[in-house]
Write a protein that binds this ligand. Structure first.
Ligand code: COI
Length: 356
């Protein structure tokens, strides 16, 4: 394996750290960041760790105008033995490159990116929070920086990694969230960018999210963009249902994000021999299963959200309460197992953990 030359320029002053027992999601940032440039002809060059600071970009930088950008989200955890573990970083970097391909951004070297993560986390190790339920959220992203207003792929990019000590993503913590099914706006369509992790997908989701929040719902459940019928994903999570003993999740179809937590949950469920099917699932099927009393559980999965039990759906003017609004058994077992592996408290038989 190459040992990549990543230049390190340490900050002269350390920021005050927030209290780790009352962390909010994504509000505090560590002392350093990673940055690397791409220029046509040279490729990716000058990987470096520098003090966390604002970016200096030309107002005509293409990212501001045409949104050619991609991002990732992953986490690092502190174990009881004071080791720092990352969860499936190679899978995130592989997905970043898939998003790059879709957005015409040059591929990054995945091994270099994982080494950059290790070095950056080592430099800011004191920022990995030590309180149960917290972690260091890592946000790698790539932006197009060429100063040019023509619609074309940029010839310059920056790959940046920032990090933030975080608590729970939802204010509900690990308690069930309420979700409104969206049937006016759509998130993604076949052939679009739905399975790429690009800012535009999130920008276009905000309107529906705002409407849902006004009526007391945390998130939106998106249906397919063609027939407005099949379940796709929730705002920041993939979705799973337990229907009459079987776990059902929408199959990947190009417009659904290929979640790392989704993949891990599927592997765990298979490992436990619980019946599982990845297939198209319509909102009518969910409604009917609920009416028959067979919708036993629903939960979302995501890096930020981990496993988020769903206590209620709002659909077609009706409130569908699931499992009396309480966390179901499978959701709880998945949460405990996944976070146990992530924190080094449960053996990792899957090869998911990478030590820093
Ligand atoms: C994640 O779960 O890491 C995400 O990227 C979702 C969201 C915070 C945008």
């Amino acid at each position: 394996m190459n040992d990549y030359q990543i230049e390190i320029n340490l900050s002269s002053a350390k920021k005050q750290k927030p209290a780790f027992d009352s962390l909010e999601f994504g509000k505090n940032f560590t002392d350093h960041m990673f940055i690397m440039d791409y220029t046509q002809g040279r490729g990716w060059h000058d990987p470096r760790i520098i003090p966390y600071q604002p970016l200096k970009l030309d107002p005509s930088a293409m990212v501001f105008h045409y949104g050619q950008s991609v991002f990732e989200g992953l986490k690092a955890y502190l174990t009881k033995d004071q080791e720092v573990l990352m969860f499936r970083p190679y899978m995130n970097m592989e997905r970043l490159n898939k998003s790059n391909t879709r957005l015409c951004i040059p591929a990054i070297d995945e091994e270099l990116a994982v080494q950059a993560l290790k070095k950056l986390i080592s430099v800011d190790r004191e920022w990995v929070p030590n309180v149960p339920g917290t972690s260091l959220y890592i946000r790698p992203f790539i932006i197009s920086t060429e100063p040019y207003l023509g619609v074309a792929s940029s010839k310059q990019f920056q790959f940046i990694i920032i990090m933030s000590p975080v608590g729970a993503y939802y204010k509900e913590g690990i308690n069930p969230v309420k979700i409104a099914v969206q049937n006016e706006y759509v998130r993604a369509v076949k052939g679009g960018t739905g399975n790429a992790k690009t800012g535009g997908n999130y920008a276009s989701s905000l309107k529906a999210q705002e409407v849902a929040e006004e009526t007391g719902y945390s998130q939106v459940l998106w249906l397919d963009g063609k027939e407005n019928k099949y379940v796709e994903e929730v705002g920041s999570m993939n979705i799973f249902f337990k229907i009459n003993g079987e776990i059902v999740t929408p199959e990947l179809n190009g417009s659904i994000l290929e979640g790392v937590t989704r993949n891990s949950v599927i592997e765990l469920i298979k490992h436990w021999n619980i019946p599982l099917s990845e297939r198209r699932v319509s909102i009518d099927e969910i409604y009917e299963a609920h009416k028959r009393g067979e919708l036993e559980e629903a939960f979302g999965t995501g890096t930020a959200a981990v496993i988020s039990p769903i206590g209620e759906f709002f659909w077609n003017g009706e409130k569908l309460c699931i499992n009396n609004g309480e966390t179901g058994q499978v959701s709880k077992k998945l949460y405990d197992t996944l976070t146990g592996i992530q924190r080094g408290e449960i053996d990792d038989h899957f090869g998911w953990i990478v030590k820093v």
